[in-house]
Design a protein around this ligand. Structure first.
Ligand code: AMP
Ligand code: FES
Ligand code: ZN
Length: 320
């Protein structure tokens, strides 16, 4: 195959649009796609401050790289989740990126500042912390952005992530979540910062290709606590379908956002209604204590019980 732009031998094939690009033209194509989404969905403007949530993985670092290259005022934020070596290595990747590109990286240290880590939040049924971890991340994305005056939070969710989430929500008919799924979550309260996902139409292999071609050093391994999670099974299944039908993931997700979502928005859910401030931390919530503060109490109790039985966690080794 030849590059769609310069006719040189192609390196990256985009099967769903039956095109391909060489390694020199591909990054421009990728950045153009991101810019087009930002503009088309009015995600943010050039005069606004963007907080990019970075995990040290390919998607969020590719997003940060893209926004910086496109000339946006984009700082990073990294949450230390306390997942042993995995967290340490992803922190290193995020810090190294910030340093190499001369960017600001804010950090939240869950164990140091809040007294618990994600391993303290195992769900009793699934035995996994992923759902609680999602709550932790969303809470801190919002809190850091609101406290530091950012206009918008951008995450690295890609097409594969979003299609798998959609599939899971359809599997369980989570109509509330289906109605809310999207690439832009507007602010509906003074302390709720707008959230956007500029990569949501780009496949995982497309962000990986961008990261490799742009020599972004990212953490390859997946979170060890997510092993066996349902979302990974959904991704495998959608990838098998994509092999058979190029573009299946894209049509599934974008088709839903264009056609299906309005149909499931039955009007029962309105984010703006009944929001008040958490009596402890002041973040927006529907109850007295927000879900995060309730969960943090459980996490701290777990961490304290663990420390009482086994002593404090050993300090991490310094070598890698
Ligand atoms: P995940 O929930 O791991 O699929 O990650 C989805 C997105 O959340 C990533 O693309 C990042 O933008 C963000 N993210 C994940 N982990 C972290 C973290 N530890 N700190 C900051 N942002 C994160
Ligand atoms: Fe949250 Fe793995 S990153 S459980
Ligand atoms: Zn709270």
């Amino acid at each position: 195959m030849r590059c769609h732009r310069c006719r040189a031998p192609a390196n990256v094939e985009i099967r769903r649009s039956r095109t391909a690009y060489c390694a020199r033209c591909y990054p421009d194509w990728f950045r153009f796609q991101v810019q087009e989404r930002i503009d088309h969905e009015r995600m943010f403007r050039r005069d606004q401050r963007v907080l990019v949530a970075v995990s040290g993985g390919k998607d969020s670092l590719a997003l940060w790289h893209t926004l910086v290259k496109l000339g946006y005022r984009a700082d990073g934020m990294y949450i230390r989740l306390g997942i042993a070596d995995y967290s340490r290595r992803s922190q290193q990747k995020s810090e190294a990126f910030a340093e190499k590109h001369g960017q600001v990286l804010h950090q939240v240290d869950l164990e140091g500042d809040y007294g618990f880590g994600v391993p303290d939040l195992l769900d009793t049924r699934s035995g996994k912390p992923c759902a609680a971890c999602g709550t932790v991340k969303r809470y801190h994305f919002n809190k850091v952005a609101a406290d530091l005056g950012y206009d918008v939070v951008a995450t690295g969710h890609n097409l594969d992530d979003e299609a798998a989430t959609l599939f899971g929500n359809v599997m369980h008919w989570n109509t509330d979540y289906l109605g809310r799924q999207g690439s832009v979550l507007p602010s509906t309260h003074a302390k709720l910062v707008r959230k956007v996902k500029p990569l949501y139409r780009l496949a995982e292999r497309e962000t990986a290709a961008y990261a490799i071609i742009e020599r972004i050093d990212y953490i390859l391994e997946e979170c060890p606590m997510a092993r066996g999670a349902k979302s990974l099974a959904y991704k495998d299944m959608l990838n098998a379908l994509e092999e058979e039908q190029p573009g299946a993931k894209y049509r599934f997700l974008v088709g839903f956002l264009k056609e299906g979502r309005a149909a499931v928005r039955t009007g029962g859910f309105d984010q703006a209604s009944d929001l008040r401030e958490c009596t402890r931390c002041g973040q927006p919530t529907t109850g007295e204590l927000c879900a995060y503060c309730r969960m943090a109490d459980r996490g701290r109790a777990k961490a304290a019980a663990r420390a009482a039985r086994y002593g404090p966690r050993p300090a991490p080794a310094e070598d890698d």
